[in-house]
Design a protein around this ligand. Structure first.
Ligand code: ARG
Length: 377
């Protein structure tokens, strides 16, 4: 997981920069500087330094449009509400760590979750390489493989847990131990810094009708904050730009708690419900997953922590689609991601198809070295 430096071809950078600035002036009728003047400045900077610097307004617009263009996200109706924190001058692991802690506290907002992105230095010929966060989300539960092959904690995070331990972290072995942040900068290497407990809100999971549910001892964190994707705006790669929305219950219930390679709770719930787990025909898996979904929604509601259910979120997504069409844009989406809900035909977004083309600005997986140019706007 070494820090990688990007080398965007000069013509690619120029092309993407121009396309982005054009879009910015088209959508943000800002009268301070005209496109031609801004483009002249940017070109001079690119010729001199090999990159250019976004203004705050460009950065904020770019980050919001990256969300708008995220074909897998069902929650895009709110793309304009994204709060954009500019942390481009914070370059030490310690400084980045405090920014991340502050991000979590502000995003959590006592349970009324706010969508936030914190943007650090991009990769560029000037900075060499911006920082990286090794954690795929800011809040992650550690995972260990036991000698008998079973797992403790979240099996998905076993590699990250090993990396943290190699770097000197000693976490208490338990099902929900929060991992430290692994922050790498090109001048300091990788630092391991714990997240203060007061920065992480967690919700204990109970069921509205089944008193035995408490004994499963499930809990989950309130804020999903993706921290390993590359935000690409106008040819500039921000590899360290963690962002969060709020959860849709199904993500926690149907995947994190249900997947065999995660907390794997379906069998336990079905048995306690007294379902016949010997035959597929009892639909015991489906029924257990549904009750897990009810438990997650109920518990977040009880704790007054923002959470979406897939029915209202799919309806909101249809409003987003209609709004995009009204704005003269083609709504783009990855149908399989948008409709991976418990009973897909029951949600409105199931009943049509979408153009899956991914535009820039966008969030791309992994470090910037893996950022594809994508289809240009
Ligand atoms: N599915 C991921 C998880 O369960 C979170 C992905 C982002 N989700 C969101 N609602 N913004 O942790």
């Amino acid at each position: 997981m070494a820090v990688t430096t990007i080398s965007l071809e000069p013509h690619e950078l120029l092309e993407e920069a121009y396309e982005f600035l054009t879009l910015f002036y088209k959508e943000c009728s800002s009268d301070r500087v005209h496109l031609s003047e801004r483009w002249r400045q940017a070109r001079i900077e690119i010729e001199r330094t090999g990159t250019y610097t976004h203004t705050y307004d460009e950065l904020a617009f770019g980050a919001r449009v990256a969300w708008r263009n995220s074909v897998r996200c069902i929650g895009r109706l709110r793309w304009q509400s994204l709060i954009v924190r500019d942390a481009r001058t914070t370059t030490t692991a310690k400084g980045i760590h405090s920014q991340l802690v502050e991000h979590l506290i502000r995003a959590t907002n006592g349970g009324r979750i706010r969508s936030i992105i914190t943007v650090f230095q991009p990769d560029s010929p000037v900075t060499r390489s911006g920082p990286r966060i090794w954690n795929d989300q800011l809040v992650r539960y550690a995972g260990w493989r036991n000698d008998d092959g079973t797992a403790m904690g979240d099996p998905k995070n076993i590699p990250l847990t090993r990396a943290a331990e190699r770097l000197g972290w000693h976490g208490r072995r338990g099902p929900f131990t929060i991992l430290p942040l692994l922050i790498e900068t090109s001048h300091e290497g990788c630092a391991v810094l714990p997240i203060p407990t007061e920065a992480v809100l967690e919700v204990p999971i109970s069921h509205p009708e089944y008193p035995w549910f408490d004994a499963l001892n499930l809990r989950w964190h309130a804020v999903p904050a993706i921290s390993n994707m590359c935000l690409r705006i106008g040819g500039v790669n921000y590899s360290c730009a963690p962002f969060n929305g709020f959860y849709m219950g199904d993500e926690i219930a149907s995947r994190n708690f249900s997947d065999l390679g995660r907390y794997n709770q379906v069998q336990a719930v079905a048995s306690r419900m007294g379902l016949d787990t010997r035959t597929d025909r009892s639909l015991w898996r489906d029924r257990a997953v549904i009750e897990l979904n009810r438990a997650v929604l109920h518990s977040f509601d009880l704790a007054r922590v923002t959470i979406a259910d897939h029915h209202s979120e799919s309806a909101n997504f249809m409003r987003f689609v209609a709004k995009e069409e009204r704005a003269g844009r083609t709504p783009r989406a990855d149908w399989t991601w948008i409709n991976s809900v418990p009973v897909p035909p029951q949600v409105p977004s199931f009943h049509r198809t979408y153009d899956p083309t991914e535009l820039n600005p966008n969030f791309w997986p992994g470090s910037s070295a893996m950022c594809p140019a994508g289809k240009r706007i």
